[in-house]
Design a protein around this ligand. Structure first.
Ligand SMILES: [Zn+2]
Length: 255
């Protein structure tokens, strides 16, 4: 049974690129299993990508039409900037390529990007509004998420992906109107955690707004809280217990 690689001691990346690749792929498979555990899948929709540490124009992604809950490290495919599968036996989801290739191209700092049609994210996206600073947790996105205020059908061409990347800007997340959420990070852990907590923040705002008028956190306090819960290190730390849980429960994901 393959072992879960620990993070490099300095919190950076492994110097050995093959080790760094495996490190990213293990987190990617685990994140997909967690997305399944949280019920984020909707048929074939949804993808998480991780940039390859060596061939940095390419990324690793879950194959088309394979259940998130079944993904193993060995199932992940590598896709180049033309959308060709250059490693792996399975086909790529065209939407995954159209969106993620443009996000990775526009943001060299982005190692991973996550998107799915999770229920609360897509419900909130239909309102065409940014999340409000109503809880400590949602402050991770305070002045750090944007709205793609358009919908033109399933994203299958890279021009649409470019427009989404433009709407994302320098933020960690973008709400795709009438569609769902997209998050990015400097590691798979960050992108996955931002997605999980953003989906729950959409749920919290929908619940609170249905019950009454939520009180906003002051802008100064929201900014301060963003620097705490929205920091990349916070993303990595918050992902860790979820990673430990899913690897203990489903060790075959490492195969
Ligand atoms: Zn989608």
């Amino acid at each position: 049974m393959p072992e879960l690689l620990a993070p490099p001691p300095d919190g950076g990346t492994y110097e050995d690129l093959a080790t760094e690749r495996l490190f990213r792929k293990q987190r990617l498979a685990a994140a997909l299993r967690l997305f399944s555990r949280f019920g984020f899948e909707e048929g074939v929709a949804g993808h998480i990508t991780a940039r390859d540490p060596e061939d940095t124009e390419t990324f690793w992604v879950n194959p088309f039409a394979m259940h998130f809950g079944h993904i193993r490290v060995s199932d992940l495919i590598q896709v180049n900037s033309n959308g060709d599968v250059i490693y792996g036996e399975h086909p790529v989801n065209r939407a995954a390529f159209a969106i993620h290739s443009q996000v990775h191209a526009a943001r060299p700092d982005v190692i991973a990007a996550a998107h799915s049609h999770s229920v609360h994210g897509k419900a909130w996206s239909s309102l065409g509004r940014l999340l409000e600073p109503i809880t400590q947790d949602v402050c991770a996105f305070y002045e750090d998420h944007s709205l793609f205020d358009d919908f033109t059908g399933v994203v299958i061409d890279t021009e649409e992906g470019k427009r989404i990347a433009h709407a994302l800007g320098e933020n960690k997340a973008v709400i795709l109107r009438n569609h769902g959420l997209l998050t990015v990070g400097g590691s798979v852990e960050e992108a996955a955690w931002w997605f999980i907590t953003m989906e729950r923040s959409c749920q919290a705002q929908l619940l609170a707004s249905a019950a009454g008028t939520p009180i906003h956190i002051d802008p100064d306090q929201a900014k301060l809280t963003h620097s705490q819960v929205g920091h990349p290190m916070s993303g990595r730390f918050n992902f860790r217990p979820l990673l430990d849980r899913i690897v203990r429960e489903q060790p075959d994901l490492l195969d």
